[in-house]
Design a protein around this ligand. Sequence first.
Ligand SMILES: CC(C)(COP(=O)(O)OP(=O)(O)OC[C@H]1O[C@@H](n2cnc3c(N)ncnc32)[C@H](O)[C@@H]1OP(=O)(O)O)[C@@H](O)C(=O)NCCC(=O)NCCS
Length: 144
Amino acid sequence: MGLQEVGLEAVIPLRHEVLRPGLPVETCYFEGDDAETTRHFAWVEGGRVVSIATVMEVGRDFDGQTVPYQLRGMATDPTSTGQGIGSSFLQALHEAVNESWWCNAREVAVRFYERNGLVVVGEPFEIPEIGTHYVMRTQKTAGS
Ligand SMILES: CC(C)(COP(=O)(O)OP(=O)(O)OC[C@H]1O[C@@H](n2cnc3c(N)ncnc32)[C@H](O)[C@@H]1OP(=O)(O)O)[C@@H](O)C(=O)NCCC(=O)NCCS
């Protein structure tokens, strides 16, 4: 049980079910998924993928400081949400990647990310057909 680095195809079923329900499976493939620097991760319990996330080397400038990675496509199997799996996964991911990152967080997930050390930057914005999002980033530390 725990964090595993996986291939792209391992994250597609949960991306589809949770993040693009009812949409064609092609919509589950993101630009940059195949990039050499992109890493796909799963939280596995009893041989089953119960949560997924992807880390892409997409830097973003925040007040002159570049945050080098973007977290994308985070989702927990609906039968397993609310049990702390996403939090354990995110903490383990942070140790594995060991770099600061940012993400476009769905409004419903903002509190989840805040509890796991990210902060909202700026105003909300809309992603068509998906809804309101906030840019979030890992908190600055004295050394970063
Ligand atoms: C957000 C998500 C990845 C969290 O994973 P998880 O395994 O449920 O995480 P935890 O159990 O550690 O934490 C649950 C927290 O997520 C929040 N949450 C967001 N969407 C939720 C959902 N569909 N079901 C249950 N909890 C959800 C809960 O409010 C809870 O926060 P709280 O404890 O502050 O109330 C997961 O709920 C999910 O896949 N949601 C739908 C897809 C999504 O919004 N992904 C993020 C895209 S930016």
